[in-house]
Each structure stands twice: as structure tokens, then as C-alpha cells.
Write a protein of this length. Structure first.
Length: 204
């Protein structure tokens, strides 16, 4: 663990802090009320902080596990690849940008709230894919390793399906987080576009 913190301090702090705040919220309902994204209020200039704090809590153990497992697979390697402050900007900016569609969509729905780090995690996943689309991942319960790019596609399909279900989990943020992650990565490392296309065409 000490090695992780030394080599990837930003990813480590986000990982640990998100788990701690999520676990704390499981047993403290007041935290949910304060931390959840409330588009109605945000669109009126109130509780703007919830754009960030909503990414620090999760609905339940399954939601937390899925997001943090995905984060674990990609975030630490990505920070080593793009740099510490670049990773911090990508994560925080994508967390905020991925919520914009939700705020616009639900700005008049007083009773709507959402939570989860889905947008930022999606940004991390798709940023990583640009650099290493065919790295192999062993994802439970699949019996064989799958390429990272395939994981990304399945991740978005799942999000599109889940967003149609009634839930406070902000599944819509996956898609917009993915777009944010790709754009921010290209801004920092424009050469990655040619590299990614070369990797894809080389397999066709």
C-alpha cells in the first residue's frame, strides 16, 4: 500500500477517501442529504458543492464495489502514464462535467437526487483505453480475460440499460464522463489519438 501512495498519490487518496466517505454515509443518513447531487438546487445556484460531494458517496455496497473495482483496475496505471496533476484534473473535471446533463435534465424535479463516482470513474476507464486498448482484464464472473476496450463498451451498454431503471445512481454520468475523459486526455496528450488509432487498425 505504501508503494501505491508513493507512486500514485492522487489516485490513492481518491480511492481511500471515496471508500471511507461512502462507508460513513451507509450509516449516517444525514450525509446522503448533504452530499447527494440535487439538480433543482444546483440549477438555482444552491448546493453547488454537491457536484463534487455526490461523487464521494454510493448507494450501497454493490454500487461502491463496482465503481471502486473499475477504478482500481485503471486509475493507478493511468496516473503513472499521464502524470499526477493531470490525473487530478481529469478526475475532478470529469466528475463535474459528467453531472451537467443530469442537472439540465432534472433541474425542475425537486425530489430528484443522484450520487456516485460513476462519471469520474468512466473518465478514468476511457482515458486508460486510449493508451492501452488491448490490455487484458479478468472480470468476474467472465471466465477469460477481455481487452480493456471491450470492457469499456460493455461498461457503457450496462450504463445505458441501468439508466432506464428507477434509481438514485447517476448512470447517465457514465457516458458523459467517458466523453470528458477522452477529451481531457487528448488535450494533455494529443499524440494519443494517433497511437490509439494505430493500435485499433493494427488489429483489424
Amino acid at each position: 500500500m505504501e508503494q501505491f501512495i508513493t507512486d500514485t498519490p492522487v489516485a490513492s487518496v481518491i480511492f481511500i477517501f471515496t471508500i471511507i466517505t461512502s462507508l460513513y454515509a451507509f450509516y449516517n443518513p444525514e450525509v446522503y442529504g448533504k452530499f447527494m447531487l440535487h439538480p433543482y438546487s444546483v440549477s438555482r445556484g444552491e448546493r453547488v458543492y454537491s457536484i463534487i460531494t455526490s461523487g464521494l458517496i454510493h448507494k450501497d455496497w454493490g454500487h461502491l464495489f463496482f465503481n471502486m473495482l473499475s477504478y482500481f483496475f485503471f486509475a493507478f496505471t493511468l496516473e503513472k502514464t499521464i502524470g499526477h496533476w493531470q490525473f487530478a484534473v481529469l478526475y475532478m473535471a470529469s466528475l463535474a462535467l459528467s453531472d451537467l446533463s443530469t442537472i439540465l435534465k432534472h433541474k425542475d424535479h425537486f425530489w430528484y437526487n443522484s450520487l456516485g463516482a460513476s462519471g469520474a470513474v468512466s473518465a478514468v476507464v476511457f482515458s486508460y483505453i486510449l493508451f492501452s486498448p488491448f490490455s487484458k482484464l479478468l472480470i468476474f464472473p467472465l471466465p477469460i480475460p477481455i481487452p480493456a476496450v471491450l470492457f469499456g463498451v460493455l461498461y457503457l451498454f450496462y450504463s445505458a440499460y441501468a439508466s432506464k431503471q428507477s434509481s438514485n445512481i447517476n448512470h447517465d454520468a457514465h457516458f458523459y464522463g467517458a466523453i470528458s475523459g477522452v477529451i481531457i486526455t487528448i488535450i494533455f496528450h494529443p499524440q494519443v489519438v494517433g497511437y490509439f488509432l494505430g493500435q485499433i487498425t493494427g488489429r483489424l
